[in-house]
Every structure is written in structure tokens, then in C-alpha cells.
Design a protein around this ligand. Structure first.
Ligand code: HEM
Ligand SMILES: CC(C)=CCC/C(C)=C/CC/C(C)=C/COP(=O)(O)OP(=O)(O)O
Length: 318
């Protein structure tokens, strides 16, 4: 089979690892940064709903607590997956999989961060936010992570903790769960399907080697490709109306509605392009369209949130 650019990158000689670089990997820095951005967007919109500026100590306290719990969850996820991670090219050099960080080290860091971060949120922000953050961590670590080896439904389950951070940001600002916060949850929930169908397709052989069950690595490749494309397309189409929900709730206005429609059409376009995996599932070009959809997903989301924040009712930018 042809070797993809992605696989070549993974096979490149390992660079020396400093403890700092290992922590960045252990805490999944890029994904965690995006999680914190989504929580920050929720806090910003919730504050405007209250008619107050989001820029006060409460924002820093909420984001610090959420960041600590997110990092702790990533550490425990890697502690649980150190064996399967060591079987996959993409993850074999992770610090726990490669044995540079011990199991005890990872477990202590992970449990301490989740416990202390949630407690900090409960005290400094509010009890609801601390509880929701703890439940998100439990959903990710104790439910989603073990399910990855059991059923392809794992991605649907994992989408719940993945979508909760903006709602947590909202409750940090408002103290209660309200419809605009639920709309943010729905946006993140739907966004994840094209995102991880693309990733699952790119790394399907890797995931299969480690015994991780995903729609893209079902035994019949043609059926797997069809099912992957159908799910990605279903959610990419749904993304457009769901992303308009904040405008329907009057949390945002017409500018956001127009931006969400344009951005959603772009996301859908990349997902339609992703359907090319049906033509020749094992080709390099099939991996390239999957990689482009992954890139589109991580560009689409911050742009959508930025448009929402720019157009939020009663906006206070500074
Ligand atoms: C069930 C849900 C999800 C799954 C299974 C998933 C899985 C993954 C995987 C495996 C990667 C690594 C891709 C690579 O190394 O090339 C990745 C990348 C990424 N994910 Fe997700 N993800 C999910 C949800 C989320 C959520 C909720 C966020 C944040 C809001 C997020 C943000 C990102 C970002 C920013 C990247 C790019 C990181 C980079 O460039 O290295 N993901 N995702
Ligand atoms: C507030 C808080 C506690 C948030 C934590 C939730 C969180 C980190 C969600 C990330 C989304 C998610 C399910 C990623 C799955 O990647 P994976 O772990 O399957 O990816 P991998 O294959 O790279 O390990």
C-alpha cells in the first residue's frame, strides 16, 4: 500500500524529549487549547447575557480551573491507553506509551489535576460549574476512553464530554444552564462528527492495529467508507441549522447568521469533498481529502465562535 505523507511524518526520527515537551504531549496541548477557547466563548457570551463585561477575575479563574481539569483528563486518558498508544504510529512516542513518564507519575498528575481543578471551580466560580467539569472529565476518562476498545459507538459517547466545555463556560458566567448554553453544546456536539470521521479515516490502519473500534476501520473497507461518509455528511448538513440556533435565540444577530451560513457551507464543502474516499479508499488522495477536512474543522470552529462573539447582543469588546 502507498505510504502517505502523514505516515512518513510519524516515522521520522524521534527528536529528544524534554520534560516540558512531554508534558505538552501528555496534556494534549493543542486539543486542550481549543477546549479552553470554546469554554472562553461560552463565558464571554454568558457574561454579555448578564450585561456585564467578561473581562474580570472570574474569567481567569474559570479558564484556569477548566484548563487544569482538561490537562488532568488528558493525562489519565494516556495512562489508560499507554499500551494501545504504543501500538499506533501516531501515538507511540507519547511519554507514557514510550515509558518516559511512569504510570504513577501520570496517575498522580491526572487525579490531582482533576480533583483540585474541579474543587477550585466549585469554590471560586460556582458549584454547578465545578460539578459539570468533574462530570465531563469522568465522561471522557472513565466512559469514553475504555469504550474505544469495545464499540464504534464510542465516538458518539465521546462527543458529549467534547461538547460540554462551552456550556461549562456559560454556567461559569451565569450560574445556571440556559438555552444559549445548550445551543453552544449542540454546535460543538455536531461539529465533532466530520472532525473525527476524517481523523478516523486518516489513521484507520493505526487504530485497527491497536484494536480501537471506529466506523472507518470496520472490516469491509467499502462499507466502512460509505458509513463514514454518510455520518460525516449527515452532521455537516445538520451543522448549518444548528449553528444558527444562537441567532434564533437572539444571542447574536444577522451578521452571525450570515457568517455561520457561509462557514457552514465551507465545512459542508470539505465534507462533500471527503466523499471522494468512496472512489478509491486506500489511495493517498483519500488520506489527503481526510486531512483537508480535519484542517477545515479546526479552522471552522474558532471562526464560528469569533463571529458569534463579535455579533453578541450588547457586545462589549474591551
Ligand atoms: C469524540 C470527539 C473527538 C475525537 C475522537 C477527537 C480526536 C482527535 C484526534 C485523534 C486528533 C489528532 C489528529 C492528528 O494527530 O492528526 C484530533 C485533533 C484535534 N482535535 Fe479532536 N477529537 C474530538 C473532539 C475534539 C474537541 C471537542 C475539540 C476541541 C473543542 C478538538 C480539537 C482538536 C484540535 C484543535 C485538533 C488538532 C490538533 C493538532 O493539530 O494536533 N477535538 N482530534
Ligand atoms: C473540561 C474537560 C474535562 C474537558 C475534557 C474533554 C476533552 C479533553 C475532550 C476532548 C474530545 C475528545 C473526546 C477527544 C478524543 O480524543 P482521544 O482521546 O480519543 O484522542 P487520541 O486518540 O489522540 O488519544
Amino acid at each position: 500500500m502507498a505510504t502517505s505523507a502523514t505516515t512518513d511524518a510519524v516515522l521520522a526520527p524521534a527528536k529528544p524529549h524534554s520534560l516540558l515537551a512531554d508534558y505538552a504531549t501528555l496534556f494534549k496541548l493543542r486539543v486542550s487549547t481549543m477546549v479552553i477557547i470554546t469554554a472562553g466563548a461560552g463565558f464571554y457570551l454568558g457574561s454579555l447575557q448578564s450585561g456585564i463585561s467578561p473581562f474580570h477575575a472570574g474569567l481567569l479563574q474559570a479558564l484556569a480551573g477548566i484548563a487544569v481539569v482538561t490537562c488532568g483528563s488528558s493525562a489519565l486518558n494516556q495512562a489508560l491507553e499507554r499500551k494501545t498508544d504504543s501500538l499506533m504510529r501516531r501515538t507511540a512516542s507519547r511519554p507514557m506509551a514510550a515509558g518516559r513518564i511512569s504510570l504513577t507519575h501520570g496517575l498522580i498528575l491526572g487525579f490531582a489535576a482533576i480533583f483540585l481543578g474541579s474543587l477550585y471551580l466549585a469554590y471560586t466560580t460556582n458549584l454547578l460549574t465545578g460539578t459539570l467539569t468533574l462530570l465531563t472529565a469522568i465522561g471522557y476518562v472513565a466512559i469514553y476512553t475504555p469504550l474505544k476498545r469495545v464499540t464504534t459507538i464510542n465516538t458518539f459517547i465521546g462527543a458529549f464530554p467534547g461538547a460540554l466545555p462551552p456550556l461549562i463556560g456559560w454556567t461559569a458566567a451565569r450560574g445556571i444552564i440556559e438555552w444559549p448554553g445548550v445551543a453552544l453544546f449542540a454546535i460543538l456536539f455536531v461539529w465533532q462528527f466530520p472532525h473525527f470521521m476524517a481523523i478516523g479515516w486518516m489513521y484507520r490502519e493505526d487504530y485497527a492495529r491497536a484494536g480501537i473500534r471506529l466506523t472507518p476501520n470496520l472490516p469491509n473497507t467499502q462499507y466502512a467508507a460509505q458509513s463514514t461518509v454518510i455520518q460525516a455528511l449527515f452532521y455537516a448538513v445538520l451543522m448549518i441549522p444548528v449553528s444558527l440556533w444562537p441567532a434564533m435565540l437572539h444571542t447574536t444577530g444577522y451578521f452571525y447568521a450570515a457568517a455561520a451560513t457561509i462557514l457552514g457551507t465551507g465545512y459542508l464543502w470539505y465534507t462533500i469533498r471527503f466523499a471522494r474516499i468512496l472512489r478509491n479508499p486506500d489511495s493517498d488522495s483519500s488520506r489527503l481529502v481526510a486531512r483537508d477536512l480535519l484542517r477545515a474543522s479546526v479552522i471552522y470552529l474558532p471562526l464560528l465562535l469569533a463571529a458569534m462573539m463579535l455579533d453578541a447582543k450588547g457586545r462589549l469588546l474591551f
